[in-house]
Structure formats: C-alpha cells, structure tokens
Design a protein around this ligand. Sequence first.
Ligand code: FUC
Length: 763
Amino acid sequence: MNIIGFEQEGDKQLWEQQCLPIGNGYMGASMFGGVRRERIVLNEKSLWAGGPCERRKDYRGGNKRGRYKYVKEVRERLAAGNYQGVTELLPKLTGGDDFGTYLLLCDAVLEFDLPEGEVRDYLRSLDIERSLYCCKFTVGGVRCERRAFASYPDRVIVFEFGADGLDGKSGGLLNFSLRLEKTHRADIYGEGDTLVYSGEVEDNGLRFDARFKVSTDGELVISEKGISVRKANRAVICFCAATDYEMKYPTYRSGTAPEKITVPIVENAAQKGYEELYKAHYADYSEIYNRVSLRINGDAAFMPADRLLEEYKKGNRAAMDALETLYFQYGRYLLISSSRKGALPANLQGVWNESNTPPWCCDYHTNVNLQMNYWGAYNTNMPETALPLVEFLDALREPGRVTAKEYCNIASDGENPENGWVVHTQCSPFGWTAPGWDFYWGWCTAAAAWLMQNIWEYYEFTGDGEYLKGKIFPIMRESARFYTQWLIYDKRQDRFVSSPTYSPEHGPVSIGNTYEQSLIEQFFIDFLKASEVVGEQGALQSKVREMLPLLKPYSVSKTGLLREWFEEDGEDFDRSKIQKNHRHISHLMGLYPGKRINSDTPELMRAAIASMNDRGDESTGWAMAYRINLWSRTGDGNRAYKLLRGLIENCTFVNMWDVHPPFQIDGNFGACAGIAEMLLQSREGVIRLLPALPDEWKSGEFTGLCARGGFTADAVWHNGAVTSLKVSTQIGGECEIVYPTADGEKAVKVKLSAGEERVIIRL
Ligand code: FUC
C-alpha cells in the first residue's frame, strides 16, 4: 500500500500531526485538505534568519576568539585528574548566541465558494508511489478535485484545482480566493497572472522572491490582496520561491536577485502545463523511488491512515504488514522530497516547517540527527539524495577552520592550507560551526568524524572513485588533519584521546569517551581505506596509522556493560549526571552505524547488548529508530521488530511523521534505514540476507536493496528461508553472500563483471 489517506479534512491547527507534505528539496508544501478553507504551509529551504548581514558585521559563525587557551587549561586539569576543577571553565568552551533559525515562508490560505450541503466521498491522500497529493469530494452537486506535486526537474510546486457539476452539464463552478498569511517584510502584488511575494528576512536582509503563476479558464483577478478565481472549471498555480542565499563562506549571498531564478522558472512551468510538468516530475521521482520495492507477507488493501494506525495498535497483522512497508517507503519518499542536489540537506524537519520559532531552530544537528537523516540513502538505493550533504560539509570547511583555530589552536594559513576543520552539535547554513551556547550539549568535537562516515559510505556503496577523489576525499583529508592534531596522548589512560569530551547529552565531562574515540577510530579506518583508493600515501597517512591502534575506544565495565566513559568504574567518577534510560546511546557507535563491534568481536558484542538492555526499549522517536538499527546489527530480528513496533505505536503521528516530540524527521529516516538493515547487511565483502528477520515477517520480497561494494539484491523469502535471490552490480566485484535456507545457512562466493546480474536461487 502506497497511500497515506484520510476520510476527513485535516485539523489546520495540527500541522505536525495532520498535514500531508510534498517537496522537491528546495521547497516544501504541507496540505490539510480543507473543503471550504484550506491552509497550505509553504517553505523554501534557505530561508533562514541569522548569519552575516549589515547589522551583524562581526558575525563569526558563533566563534569566540582565543578559546583554545581555556581548552588547554581544561585538558591539563582533566589529565591531572581534577575533574571537578574544570566545571568553572566549561562556560568558556561555548559559542556565541547569534545562531539564527529556519523560517516559515508563509501560509497560503484558500477559501472556496461551494454550495451548501453534505460533503461526500471525501478523501485526501498522498500517493508516495506517484509522489502526488490529491483531495477529492463532492458537495451540493459539485465534484471537487485538487492535486499538488513538487517537481525537482522543473523546480516548481504545482497546485491544480478543479470543480465539475455532478449533472455533467453545469460549468464554471470553481470559485476561490488565495491570500498569504504569516508573511515576512515584503511587497505583495499582482503582476499579470502572477501573485508576487517579494521581500527580505527582517533579521538579516536575506532577499526572497515567491511567485504564484495562475492559469485558468475562468475569471482571474490578482492584487495585493491575493488571487481570486471565479467561474472556472480548472485552475493551475505554478509556485516557485528562491532566495539570494548561497552556500559560500563568508557572505553567504549569491548577489543574484532571487526573481532572476523564480521568473524564468514559473514562466517555463506555465508554458509546459500541468500534464507535461507531472510527466517530468513522475519520470524523475519514480526513477529513484522504483529502485526499491518491499512486500511483507500479503498485499494490502487501502485503509485510511488513522484507522491503519489504530488497527496496528490492536495487532491486526494485515494492517501491520501494510503500515510497516508504508513506513519504510515513506522514509524514502521523504528523503527524495527533501534532499536533492542543488539545495541544502534535509534539516530536522526535512524541508517542512510551520513556524518562525521552530524547535531547535530546525537546524542541522550533528550529534546524531543530521547523520541519521542519511542512514537510508545508500542501502535503500538513493545515493544522489546524499549529495546535498556532501556539498554542505564541503562548504562547512572554511568556517570550520575558524572554529578549529579559535577553540583548538589548529590554524590554516598559507603554509598549512586546509589544515583542519570542525563542527559541533548545532550547525546552520551560515557556517555556524562553533560549540553550542552551553557546553552540556553544545560540545561535540567528533561530529565531523561521524559525518565523514556518511560521505565515505557514498563510495562504499557506489564505488564512484572519481567522486571520492575529487570531492569526498579532500573533506576527509582535512578532517584527518584536524583529528591528528587534536588528539593528545594521555599518560594515565595510555592512549591518544579527544579531550574534553561529553557523551551526548548526559553524564560528566570526561577524557576520551567511547562516543568520540569510536567515531574517530572508524573515521581513521575509513580514511586509510579512502587513501588507498585514491592512491595517496604520505605523512598524514603514517600519522593516522600510528595513532589508530592507540585510540582504544572500547572497554567493558565491571558490570559487563560497554563503557560509555573510560573512567566510569573509577571511585571518583561522578555518576550523578548519568541518566539511566537516556535516549542517546552514544557508546554504541561502533555497532551501528560503525562496524567495529560485530560477530568477530563477541566480547564487545555481549557488552553492547548488555548496554542496550540496560538502557531499555522505551525512548523518543529518533532514539527508537537508532535502536532498531542497533538490534539489527546484533542479529536479533525480534528485538529490532519490538523497537520498530514501539516506534510506530508510540512515536508516530497519523500522517506517519515521527514524533520526538515534536515532529522530527530523523526518526522516519532512521527507521527506514533500520528496516532495510533487518533485511540486508553488508560488511567486509560479505552480504547477509535477512540478518535480522522477525518471526512476524514470515514471507515477503524486496528488490533493489544495496550492499557495500556496489551490489544490489532482489530476494523472496518464505518461513525465514530465502527462496529466490538475484544480485547485480554496475561496477563489478566479488563478494560472499550468506542467506538463510530451510535447514540452516548457506554462503556462496560470486564474482561479477560490471553491469552483470546473477540469479543465485531461481524461484
Ligand atoms: C539532539 C537530541 C534532542 C533533539 C535534538 C534536535 O540533541 O538529544 O533530543 O533530538 O538533537
């Protein structure tokens, strides 16, 4: 089932629970399906307050000057065992408070003149296979149909409104007005058949231009009050918005008037018309979406989303199969709709946002959230959705160098160009890379190391060596330069450590916690592999090779748990700041998304499992999604499934958006990745089919899931055994495929040439 549908209008006050979202990476629209009155929430992803501007000439991405002196002092006190003594210094290890926020563009409010009468046959739906929103109903002898989609190739959002007489004769029944609400400082006016909303963000003067170009067979009046369409059968609005933001340090302005972007776009779109636009949109979208299919048990009939969720909670198996596959594909829909090349990456809410004061500024949170947004990009066969992240990180290097200099005394200059960059927990499109304004969440020196995993995996899954060499590797290399200078040798711990460290987002400040050490370790491993691929060997690689074995991220506590803090069994370790069931479970990075804890490290695996049991199975949206992936990596499909079930039952709104609370899209993405991880895992040339299959998923099939090494697999299973299996590759290579059979497990080695596909088991 590919439809999220409702038989009632959405409550327009309950945006995060009830809207249906469409988007093309650049823009988003959320729809409620109002019969007589509709609210459409409109977004443009670069519309942000904050950053450099006339009235903030001294903007420095949050960086305060010369803070490395305090960092040094903190390091020395910690190294001397004076953990209490650093508390007074921690406020010095923070950034400024001029962070800014993602903004709402505006609401479009539509009022429809419709005859009195009962509304019948109402359905509003989001078809995620067709990437099309639709709202249909009849009232007082009029049949209304409204559709909308967001096209990436044409960079417009297209709204279509239609009204027909049920008698088949009467015409001109479409009468509506559209006005803008919650606008920023702007001029709003009519220009021919176009409503123009052009202005600037009050905080920073960022210019924007939004256009609604109307085509209709009825009477059209456009003025500063908005759009009025009368006596029409049909109207189509092509909407485009753009800003003069540019992802380029230090001004972050393109110098191009945004109407230079929007005018040709809406003109071109209106020329093409609805059908042609939809055709191009569908061709673009479906080419990505259709790469993967999933069926669990039987095929499901349509059920409205609210009922589906209710039936799910009651344990209705058919509803559960339907909702689980829908949730999986919805994650893919949301990423295709909110992360496309040319636009900023998906933020905490993707691209959708109804407020000018959204939670956590709707930013790029890098202590887990931004990373999680992209976990499903590769294994669910959509590597191009990760390109905005690569571009974003590339552009963060310049401001990140300022943070490296001011907080870590790692400077880039003529002699040492590109000598190291860093980013901490919160990050904005204006290069805000400084630590957050409070140490106890804002400090996170390993965020960049973690993000390197996200982009290195682009290569692992696609094998695109040219892109690795030209784009990804330079970012990794500069990160390696940073960490090799940042790590210090700690005598008492006898290892190279990141210091100070803070395990997100609880516990005491410490030296070399597992989170930081394990992320840096994984990054060093990946960096050395990447260096081999691009053929670069030098002093940096030697340094990394020398430090790697001395990072020693993992240790097991007296009680058998994987230690989150190296010092945690010590007598003077401050346990008062530990929250037992904390949502972050940051010491398990090596199990997932990292690869260091696995079946070849049974002792660490046991400790990791003990830690997961200790943390518990109840948490908030993204943290539940994280746990699905973690349990999948242990091979315990039933436990992964328990977490998936918990996420859907307790952390999902009826529109299938993930609840942290509030709505946070990372949980949607993390769970999508987790479902794929239950079905296929890959590591070190080995591909495992159904590695964490729950008992409930008795039979099913998937196509197009991806493995490291550039392989794609299609499989069918019955009673837990793979009964049909095909692998293919665009790039060629060797791998071992391990899959469950009716009487155990089978492993086959295959060697494929580029473009080859091989049937391993025929149905
Ligand atoms: C992390 C989490 C919070 C929230 C925020 C956006 O810091 O700890 O729960 O998800 O990101």
